[in-house]
Structure formats: structure tokens, C-alpha cells
Design a protein around this ligand. Sequence first.
Ligand code: ADP
Ligand code: ADP
Ligand code: ZN
Length: 217
Amino acid sequence: MKIVMLGAPGAGKGTQAKMIAAKYQVPHISSGDIFRTNIKNGTELGKKAKEYMDQGLLVPDELTVDLVIDRVSWEDCKNGYILDGFPRTIPQAEALDAALNKDGTADSGLDFAINVDVPDENIVRRMSGRRACLKCGATYHIIYNPSKKGDICEACGDTLVLRDDDKPETVQKRLAVYHEQTQPLIDYYDGQNILKTVDGTQDMNDVFAAIIRILEA
Ligand code: ADP
Ligand code: ADP
Ligand code: ZN
């Protein structure tokens, strides 16, 4: 099962990707988490990526594509994976397709691109309430999905934070970037007949149920 999650920043891609990954026992691969781990560890890649992320811009394809394509070649991906936050541009999608189809077998590509659809009006509220664990990648929401331990991560005990790029000014920029550079992927995957759109404004368990229906149809 090879799945790509599409949707605006804050649409709930990560939340759903983690639930799908847990149910089907495949890795959840978040390009944003990979970058944030690099920033936390002070790597060269992290330093470069942070310059773009802090401004709400995409990290250039040259720094992103090889990183993620290498990750999906790991042994733990042999039964599939959930890609969350990648691809975000047409060239990234083309590079992924090229990597997946390099042996020329018809069934080596993606199974589904799941578009979690949430209008821009809902996004700013979602983002300002998001609380992130930069240690394990868990995500909470102060109203819709609070940690039972307040500002402490239930999974690993680290302190939760409001990401710098989740502040309203940066969210507006990220939404504009999304519409310009990432939204065209909806048509790209529709053209491959693997696009499935779910209403992301529902309760997160209802979104999950809609995704399961698609995957098990
Ligand atoms: P969100 O889950 O809110 O959509 P992510 O954690 O996926 O955010 O990404 C955070 C930031 O990391 C993005 O705003 C962008 O700067 C960078 N980033 C993540 N994935 C990619 C990608 N595939 N291409 C370019 N930049 C990316
Ligand atoms: P993305 O990965 O697309 O950026 P997240 O999964 O991190 O989005 O979700 C953004 C915020 O909205 C988080 O705080 C999350 O807890 C919350 N959230 C996710 N799905 C829903 C939902 N269906 N209803 C309300 N809040 C949600
Ligand atoms: Zn944690």
C-alpha cells in the first residue's frame, strides 16, 4: 500500500497518515518531520531548510527529492508507506513516479493520493491551536485533540510547542504557496486515476472512516 496524502497545511494529513500507518502497519514518512529533526540536530540540511520553513516557503526540490526518495527505498517500506507532505510540487511528483517505475513494472507506482479537503477559512484556526512534539512528531490540538497531560506529549513526555511557522502571518504565506505550488498535484493524480478526496472538515474519526472505506473498497 503506497499512499500520498494531499491537502493544505493543517488539513489533517499528518493526523490521518499516523492513523492509517498504525492500522496497516506501514511507515508514516513526513518530510516536515525529517526537516524538523535535522533542525533540532543542527545538521547542515537543517540549517538550510530552516531558512525556507521560517518564511513559510517550500524547501527547494534539490534538498528534498533525494532525501525522500532514499527514505522510501529502506527495507521497512517494502510493504508500502504513507507519504505525508511529499510531494509538494509537480517536479517532486514526477521524480517520485520516475523512482517508483524504474523497473518498468506496471504495479510499482502509488495506489492512492488522498486529498484531505479543508477550506482556507478553517485552516488558520486549526493551525493556531496545533501543538507539536518536536521529539516524536506527535501532534495535538488544544480544542479538537488535546494532550491528556496538558503541554506535555502523551507519547514521549517532551514539552509541546506552537511551531514558529504555525503563527497566523506565516500560515497565510503557506496557504498561498500551497495554492500556487501544491494544489496542481490534485489534477496530476486525478490524471493517473488514483485521486480520492475526503471532506476534512469532519471530526477526525469520521475523516478516518471515510479513508478506510476508500482503501478497502
Ligand atoms: P504541515 O504538516 O503543516 O503541512 P509540514 O510539516 O509538512 O507542514 O512542513 C513544514 C514545512 O517544511 C513546509 O512549510 C516546508 O517549508 C517544508 N517542507 C516539508 N515538506 C516539503 C516538501 N515536500 N517540499 C518542500 N518543502 C517541504
Ligand atoms: P497537516 O499534517 O495537514 O498539516 P495536522 O494533522 O497536523 O495537519 O492537523 C492540523 C491541526 O488540526 C492539528 O492540531 C490537529 O490536531 C488538528 N486536526 C486534525 N484533523 C482534525 C479534524 N478532523 N478536526 C479538527 N481538528 C483536526
Ligand atoms: Zn512526543
